[in-house]
Design a protein around this ligand. Structure first.
Ligand code: FAD
Length: 420
């Protein structure tokens, strides 16, 4: 049996290792070949997590599924076979100790993505996988029950093909979306792709002036704008809490990037709005009553100095001045300014006009429709012996190791079943 895997990323290397081990364990003859266009395997592993590689998240399968929204349930069977704790156990067995951060992100204890890439590559090669670098796949054609994989260096016959060629994000890494064209040619539906986990473009002049200001614990929310004549929604469509960064062009950091997919899903930014809760641990009512009490108790106190206890000074100055509170003391603070300031502390409107695009998107939303892939095997429901795993699928999760977990689990299942 010859299994050809296209793409030596997290999904492809895992699929290769598991396919080769599965053949070996049943003493079956077979070749497992991974074709990779780059000079190096696992380029995205190397650059991930700021070159530290956040390999998974410290949670159970349900926590992983939640991070993928509506697509999450597709991962149920794959996560039952390779849940997050098994990913950690696997890396331990490969000599990569791990550490869990307070956010739940799991990193190698060495903080070196290189250790993750090297161990995974070694796992595949020692299992017997032939990893061929600088092998650019052009097309895949059906040939009887099998396939011909056409590369720049020549044709390769295969009984089974696993496509793990990734999405369209960071195209400079080689992921330019060729896989979607091959899958379309086999009759698969490609859910329109869009950038996700991507920095946002937008903001106001004062927001740009405070570029570089980071916030450790805020909550970003996406709201649907009401249709003309209709009431506003009472609840946001999505909220993510965590770190945030003001940039020259707009907004970045985990919360901004986590909600980006929800914003790009709207396609028309006028239909949605983004707000930032600068003090998630306080309610609007408690902030307003605190302002009233401080006005009575400590009227000579400067407003900026007081809210600097809650948020960074540059931001405190900027939102105070935006609210017309400038250098005011509590006693001098006009009622309208107080209302605006309290409102902005809880729901600061962040105007968004776009994103930094696929060039800066950590993942691609959209891709091969999940309805056309068997979640128990990762086999195409349209083309027997064709398996699909990793980011090429219509799956995108939050920041936090969820996307590698999905690539590892789906790659594992594809490798296991391609070798049956
Ligand atoms: C900057 C950055 C940081 C990230 N950090 C994290 C993180 O810390 N944690 C996390 O969970 N996720 C992270 N991600 C997301 C994560 O990298 C992806 O979800 C994951 O790599 C997807 O794995 P994959 O194997 O499906 O695809 P990829 O890793 O993209 O692998 C696909 C491979 O296929 C190859 N290929 C494509 N076309 C061809 C062709 N025609 N011929 C031959 N080979 C081809 C590509 O070169 C590539 O090596 C990050 C992404 C980026 C861009």
């Amino acid at each position: 049996m010859k299994i050809v895997i296209i793409g030596a990323g997290a999904a492809g290397l895992m699929a290769g290792a598991i396919a080769a081990l599965s053949l070996k364990s049943r003493q079956l003859d077979g070749d497992v070949i991974v074709l990779e266009k780059n000079r190096k395997a696992g380029v995205k592993i190397l650059m991930s997590g700021g070159t530290r590689c956040n390999i998974t998240h410290d949670c159970g399968p349900d926590g992983i599924m939640e991070a993928f929204g509506r697509g999450g349930s597709f991962l149920r069977q794959a996560l039952a076979i390779l849940p997050p704790d098994q990913v950690v156990a696997l890396f331990h067995s490969l000599g990569v100790a791990t550490q869990v951060e307070s956010t739940g992100k799991v990193f190698p204890a060495s903080n070196r993505a290189l250790d993750v890439r090297d161990s995974l590559l070694r796992y595949a090669v020692e299992a017997g996988v032939d990893v061929r670098l600088e092998s650019v796949v052009k097309t895949i054609d059906r040939d009887g029950d099998g396939f011909v994989v056409r590369t720049e260096a020549g044709d390769l016959a295969a009984d089974r093909v696993i496509v793990t060629s990734g999405g369209r994000s960071y195209p400079g890494c080689g992921t330019i979306g060729e896989g979607y064209v091959w899958m379309k040619s086999f009759g698969h539906t490609i859910v329109p792709t869009r950038p996700a986990l991507v920095p946002l473009v937008g903001g106001t002049p004062w927001m740009h002036d405070i570029s570089g200001v980071t916030l450790d614990h805020v909550a970003a929310s996406v709201w649907n704008n009401p249709e003309p004549g209709k009431k506003s929604d009472k609840r946001p469509t999505m909220t993510r809490a965590g770190g945030f960064l003001f940039t020259h062009q707009g907004f970045s950091g985990p919360t901004a990037m986590d909600v980006s997919g929800s914003l790009t899903a709207a396609r028309d930014y006028s239909k949605v709005r983004l707000t930032l809760d600068l003090v998630p641990e306080r309610s609007l009512a408690s902030i307003e009553s605190w302002f009233d009490e401080t006005r009575k108790r400590d009227g000579r106190r400067k407003v900026v100095a007081a809210i600097t206890d809650w948020i960074p000074k540059r931001l405190a100055e900027a939102i105070s001045s935006d609210a017309g509170a400038g250098e005011c003391t509590f006693a001098e603070l006009p009622r309208a300014s107080m209302t605006r300031l309290c409102g902005n502390l809880k729901q600061l409107p962040l105007p968004v006009s776009g994103t930094r695009g696929f060039e800066k998107a950590e993942v691609t939303a959209g891709g091969v429709s999940l309805r056309e892939v068997d979640p128990r095997t990762m086999q195409s429901r349209m083309v027997p012996n064709l398996f699909i795993a990793g980011e090429i699928l219509d799956l995108d999760g939050w920041i936090g190791g969820y996307n590698f977990q999905s690539a590892f689990s789906t790659g594992h299942v594809a490798g296991l079943h391609a070798a049956q």
